[in-house]
Design a protein. Structure first.
Lengths: 344, 344
């Protein structure tokens, strides 16, 4: 494995360096070929590195940035005043080739806009999409996009998402002839928004795409499709709904039976069984797959949840690391050339 | 308790009379004051009643209907050709006062359109909304609407949904000064669709509504609000996503450890503990609260999931029965008069 450098927007997200710095150290400890550029306020970052292992510290460099884009800033305004911000500097490091990918837990709209501005979309792609890979109950994987990069999407955008999702499933997840479905509110052709119905017509006539029709929200985890396509608003709400329910279950599982007086051996057995259950459900835990990849750009950008924990932000760093090793943009670009209609 | 008559579209849904007839018998057995009008093909219904208890059978009447509206029919066309269909006849029974509510698992769009046509919206309501009451982890209840009656909703509609949801929470669930939130993709004011941002502005300035801001999908079950408002497309996807995840968990819980060889006492204890967990999670099981109430009409209509099981369809009948006892339309109408702006 060769050396690999990632840029981290250390100031983004609800907890800023308090989460990003320990997650970065965790990533350095797990990946010996990894180098990290932590972009942000040097004082804040340094103070969190006081007890860091010096061998790991040697593979970490602090890149100063003067400002932070607020999570609640209006993207258009934030982008206009982004010069010198930790998010923009991190993206510029990717643009200039000093880093191979960028990870941020900051303002989604600003990240999307800046990434598009600095890293440029691939040929044939109007707007990038946020994508994540979800586990499903068949122990397979489902590519879900868009997760919020485009809150409204016309049929042409949905088709581009479908193509990118299919390429992702085939090239990265090694799923041959991946099934592609549109998320809708019914299986019938007449159901749903016009943009979805129009996208269905185009996909049905695309020989390169193995389009299987509409799926509903309850099929998110059933593994009936390899790629599930929707607009960013729907994708965001769906993913967060799923995460909320999973977390609810896991916390109920943790708290089950607590506080009750029981024979010690019964408590012990209960704990053992609960731990087994938690393990079985663990692969559905949102923290395990935090990080959505911005697909369709000439560079790799991973968006972490704003409220990610250290472990979850670590998962986002790992996702960026994998995307670099898998040469995601190059593979998508190569496949897009054969799949998308020529625009000349 | 006084006698109460409900009309059931016996032919609607994926399984038609195979589900609706046994569910009807179950409802009759549970509610001694209940009378049911089963609307549909008399032959099919009768054949399923062969072994029915005659005392229960005496409180059931078959109302013949010639046709069924297909689940995949285009609503506008289905409504045009709806005369004599089981769904329409069931709604007409409510209109004519022969039944106090109607339950159908049939085509949502057609049910919504026909119900509006026959039962008319309340003053101040442009379009009715599908509403359900979800359990939350604080052992409270959350009113969620719209669930698919209106796939696109402008800000005025969202505000009407908010008002109806608040009335429902206050009058029926006895929640004083219920909190109302809009479902969005972020907490910040700048986030989301224009219709949602516009509705937020109106709600913030409505003294009658205890508007608390935006919530995200992961707050569906957390009990942070008493009423959660969204357009029908989002609501449908969110609810189905939640149901899919809950069902996934419950089935994993059921199958956990099956097929493994274990000491008999360990297996037994495992089963006991799993049953306890299933019981604890049972209140989140979608089958327990199947049935969405169409709010905003001068009559009660409950929409069941198309793929409802007998138990789930039974829950929908019970929901209609409760809505009648609670005089839902009358109470909403009375409150709307004080809350909504006068339209003269």
């Amino acid at each position: 494995m060769t050396r690999l450098t990632l840029a981290i927007d250390a100031m983004g997200g609800d907890f800023g360096p308090c989460v990003t710095v320990p997650a970065a150290m965790q990533a350095l400890a797990s990946h010996s070929q990894l180098h990290l550029l932590l972009v942000g306020d040097p004082d804040k970052i340094t103070s969190l590195l006081a007890k860091a292992d010096s061998a790991l510290r040697a593979r970490l460099q602090i890149i100063p940035a003067e400002s932070v884009i607020a999570s609640d800033a209006k993207p258009s305004q934030a982008i206009r005043h982004s010069r010198g911000s930790s998010m923009r500097v991190a993206l510029e490091l990717v643009k200039e080739g000093q880093a191979q990918a960028c990870i941020s837990a900051g303002n989604t709209g600003a990240l999307m806009g800046l990434a598009k501005l600095l890293l440029k979309p691939l040929n044939g792609i109007e707007r990038p999409a946020l994508m994540t890979v979800l586990p499903n109950v068949q122990r397979g994987k489902t590519v879900l996009l868009d997760l919020g990069a485009n809150i409204e999407s016309d049929s042409a955008l949905l088709v581009q998402f479908a193509v990118m999702g299919a390429v992702m499933a085939e090239e990265v997840l090694n799923i041959g002839h991946p099934r592609v479905a549109l998320l809708n509110i019914g299986h019938e052709e007449t159901k749903g928004l016009q943009s979805i119905r129009d996208a269905a017509v185009i996909l049905r006539e695309s020989p390169e795409i193995n389009y299987i029709g509409y799926l509903e929200g309850n099929d998110l985890l059933t593994g009936k499709t390899d790629v599930l396509v929707c607009d960013g608003f729907i994708g965001n709400v769906t993913l967060k709904t799923m995460e909320g329910v999973v977390k609810t279950f896991l916390s109920l599982l943790q708290s089950q039976g607590e506080g009750k007086k029981r024979a010690w051996w019964l408590s012990l057995l209960g704990r053992v069984l609960k731990r087994r259950l938690a393990k079985q459900f663990g692969h559905l835990n949102p923290d395990q797959y935090n990080g959505a990849c911005l697909l369709g750009l000439r560079g790799i950008v991973v968006k972490s949840h704003g409220n990610a924990s250290q472990h979850a932000f670590f998962a986002a760093i790992e996702q960026a690391e994998q995307a670099v090793r898998q040469q995601l943009p190059e593979r998508i670009a190569a496949r897009l050339e054969t799949v998308l209609p020529k625009s000349d």
